[in-house]
Ligand binder design. Structure first.
Ligand code: NAD
Ligand code: MG
Length: 350
């Protein structure tokens, strides 16, 4: 079945006129949504903790900023752009008690709705506009007159107007310039987690480290191993983005292609382990493990972060990356760094 994709003419901005949109959070996604919607003529209020460092920053950008409770109380649409693990608590304590009857609730990732950590009452439309890129790119592309594609979904539609609001929101974000693909909360959440665990991070990161260990354990110099199993990855991924696997293969030597075609590294047993991971995503056990740990103060998460920050490849990585003079800034340019709110440019895998 071919996907449904919506473009610029499919969204009607007037759906949001006379309505107030509260953006909760001013991080990677929050700042981009707030600024893009505001610049599209939408009446935006940013909801933040009064102690948040972002309050001043959002005000400097000319945005109206209020405590979360107050922003929610006056909003017709509430977009929740807080870290996924904190959304349920904020929803219960600060959003739900202040939500106007019939106000729409929006998300940029389906996690909390899909796994039932947030259960809005039936009178609220619930929709998702999830950009397929980090927030600073969502902002940069909008400012350049382009847009980052999104996936969109509707979970609750009590009045029959949820899709109209969703597409108006996506248009105001600049996303319909690129395209919005119709999905569901279930599909977005499960495939997003799968991508992270099995290919993008859980796949590639471990593959790189394993390759580095095999080469260095066999006596090769770490500097050389780094180049071969890590540095060159970017060039290959750039080619994939431009022209898919075929272009990536075509631009490599015949020797490389033959080695690729005959490699035994990824096989049916790898797919079996992917299916195992997928099952844990589908039955909710991955989400439960993550959220239980977060609720306990994230002891396991912190232990793993500490453990994985000492992988062998990072003993040599910093020295070699410094050899690339054009590769040593946190962001590509000053505007981008600024729009990212002073954070190190963290290109979150999405
Ligand atoms: P982030 O960590 O960059 O920003 C979160 C914001 O929430 C910050 O302003 C922070 O100050 C605030 N915050 C944190 N804890 C809070 C609390 N307890 N109470 C109130 N405010 C709090 O988050 P993000 O990466 O923008 O992610 C937001 C949502 O967007 C998530 O659902 C995520 O899955 C989704 N998403 C992110 C990306 C991405 O590339 N970053 C892409 C698509 C979707
Ligand atoms: Mg993702």
């Amino acid at each position: 079945m071919a996907a449904t994709i919506w473009y610029e003419n499919d969204g009607d901005l007037s759906v949001l006129s006379g309505k107030k949109v509260a953006i909760l959070g001013y991080g990677s996604q929050g700042h981009a949504h707030a600024l893009n919607l505001r610049d599209s003529g939408v009446d935006v209020v940013v909801g933040l903790r009064p102690s948040s460092k972002s309050v001043e920053f959002a005000k400097e950008q000319g945005l109206e900023v209020k405590p979360i409770e107050d922003a929610v109380a006056e909003a017709d649409v509430v977009m929740i752009l807080l870290p996924d693990q904190y959304q349920a608590k904020v929803y219960k304590e600060q959003v739900e008690p202040n939500l106007k009857p019939g106000a729409a609730l929006a998300f940029a990732h389906g996690f909390n709705i899909h796994y039932g950590y947030i259960k809005p009452s039936e009178d609220h439309p619930v929709f998702m506009v999830a950009p397929k890129g980090p927030g600073h790119i969502v902002r940069r592309e909008y400012a350049a007159g382009r847009g980052v594609p999104v996936v969109v979904a509707v979970e609750q539609d009590p009045r029959g107007d949820a899709w109209g609001i969703t597409l108006a929101y996506a248009k105001a974000l600049g996303a319909l310039r690129a395209g919005a693909i119709k999905t569901t909360f279930t599909e977005e959440t499960e495939t997003d987690l799968f991508g992270e665990q099995d290919v993008l991070m859980g796949g590639v990161n471990h593959l790189v480290e394993a390759g580095f260990e095999v080469l260095t354990e066999a006596g090769y110099q770490p500097e050389i191993a780094y180049f071969e199993v890590c540095h060159e990855l970017k060039m290959l991924v750039d080619l994939m983005n431009e022209g898919g696997l075929n272009k990536a293969r075509w631009s490599c030597s015949d020797t490389a292609q033959y080695g690729d075609f005959t490699s035994t590294v990824v096989d049916e047993s790898t797919k079996d382990r992917m299916r195992y991971q997928l099952k844990r995503i589908q039955d909710g056990s991955f989400a439960k493990e993550f959220m239980d740990d977060q609720a306990a103060g994230a002891p396991k998460f912190k232990e793993l972060q500490e453990k994985f920050s000492h992988e062998k490849i990072e003993e040599v990585g910093p020295k070699l990356r410094a050899m690339f003079s054009w590769n040593n800034g946190p962001a590509a340019d000053a505007d981008e760094a600024e729009s990212f709110n002073g954070k190190i440019a963290r290109t979150q895998v999405q």
